[in-house]
Design a binder for this molecule. Structure first.
Ligand code: HPA
Length: 240
């Protein structure tokens, strides 16, 4: 048990997939895991542990934003001895070079957030993925692309923003300066925690909207839209 997760020690796997939305975590558990157990529901942040192709995996909830994933990922790494966290989330595209449904494996997260500096004394506004999960995802993506030509995964720098609604339209200055092609709200804190603790962290995103054109995945497409990301994350997790 940790401050925000009520699972007993040992009930969380060494590899954890973290979704922002608790119901997305439940969806992964219901559709992909066998012998599943709900191991924590404190604050409705569901954590399920089960088997995927024989490997013990936990899928849980990070909540939205840097402070929230900062808390959950820290407790998972330190209280539950988790080795690897793969965040599975959505992002908004800053460019029409991206299409809705594209997958992005985050190489670098750029942020205006002071989280990394205040928590760990990590300076600068960019932090990269940590450990081998990023490369394992790229290898698994290549295999999936070979089987399904509609499937594309890009490697990119993304903006981990504290802001969802803003006055000024267009790409924010830090995102433009660091070459971010998309925006989400969590990877920077996950990578900061993993860097400080010497753990493995990756972030896999589905492009849910294209900001300049306001195109977005419709409500009825949303459930199916996230399946390739879930499958890629699970196929990667079994190799870690
Ligand atoms: N901003 C931040 N996070 C997001 C967005 C966005 O526009 N779309 C999906 N996740």
């Amino acid at each position: 048990m940790s401050v925000h997760i009520s699972a007993p020690k040992g009930a969380i796997a060494k590899t954890v997939l973290l979704a922002g939305d608790p119901l997305r975590a439940k969806y992964v558990a219901d559709h992909y895991l066998e012998s599943v157990e709900l191991v924590s529901q404190t604050r409705n942040a569901f954590y399920f542990t089960g088997n995927y192709k024989g490997k013990k995996i936990t899928v849980g909830t990070s909540g939205m934003g840097i402070p929230s994933i900062g808390i959950y990922s820290f407790e998972l790494y330190t209280e539950y001895e988790v080795d690897t966290i793969i965040r599975i989330g959505t992002c908004g595209g800053y460019t029409t070079d991206l299409s809705v449904f594209d997958l992005v494996n985050v190489e670098i997260a750029a942020s205006e957030s002071t989280y990394a500096l205040n928590a760990w004394g990590i300076e600068g506004n960019t932090i990269s993925y940590q450990g081998n999960a990023f490369n394992v995802i790229n290898q698994a993506a290549k295999k999936m692309e070979a089987q399904d030509t509609k499937f594309t995964t890009r490697v990119a720098t993304v903006h981990s923003s504290d802001v969802f609604y803003r006055k000024i339209k267009g790409t924010p200055p830090l995102a433009a300066a660091t070459g971010c092609i998309a925006v989400e709200m969590e990877a920077f804190a996950l990578f900061a925690n993993a860097q400080y603790l010497g753990k493995n962290a990756a972030t896999l995103l589905t492009v849910s909207d294209i900001i300049p054109t306001m195109e977005m995945i419709s409500a009825d497409q949303r459930e199916r839209a996230l399946l390739p990301m879930m499958e890629l994350a699970l196929e990667s997790a079994i190799q870690l």
